[in-house]
Design a protein around this ligand. Structure first.
Ligand SMILES: [Zn+2]
Length: 105
């Protein structure tokens, strides 16, 4: 994967990361909830284990998309846009927590 070279490319990448994050979070939750109701009644114990494995896969996928969103680099200062001191995450921040670059500029 190549690094975005312009601010516009960076913001497109940021929006894509948000879409992945929300899709995996909400979509995975909805899918897993549905499978938890269907699979055990259809397959018995095997359905329970399949559901558990899918749940573990969802948790791992959630971690991946969350880390990708956390580590989005500000187009100007190249530091994590909404992560401060590697501890504080302010995902709805309208500006970079390091240099103050407004989101989308
Ligand atoms: Zn910045």
């Amino acid at each position: 994967m190549t690094e975005p070279t312009t601010h516009a490319e960076s913001w497109r990448d940021y929006r894509a990361r948000w879409i992945w994050f929300l899709s995996v979070w909400a979509g995975g939750f909805a899918l897993l909830s549905m499978l938890m109701m269907i699979l055990p009644s259809l397959l018995g114990d095997a359905g329970v284990w399949i559901t558990v494995l899918i749940g573990v896969a969802w948790a791992l996928a959630f971690c991946v998309v969350m880390v990708r969103l956390l580590w989005f680099a500000c187009p100007r200062c190249r530091k994590p846009f909404s992560l401060l001191f590697y501890l504080i995450w302010w995902p709805l921040s309208g500006k970079c927590l390091h240099c103050g670059l407004p989101r989308g500029e």
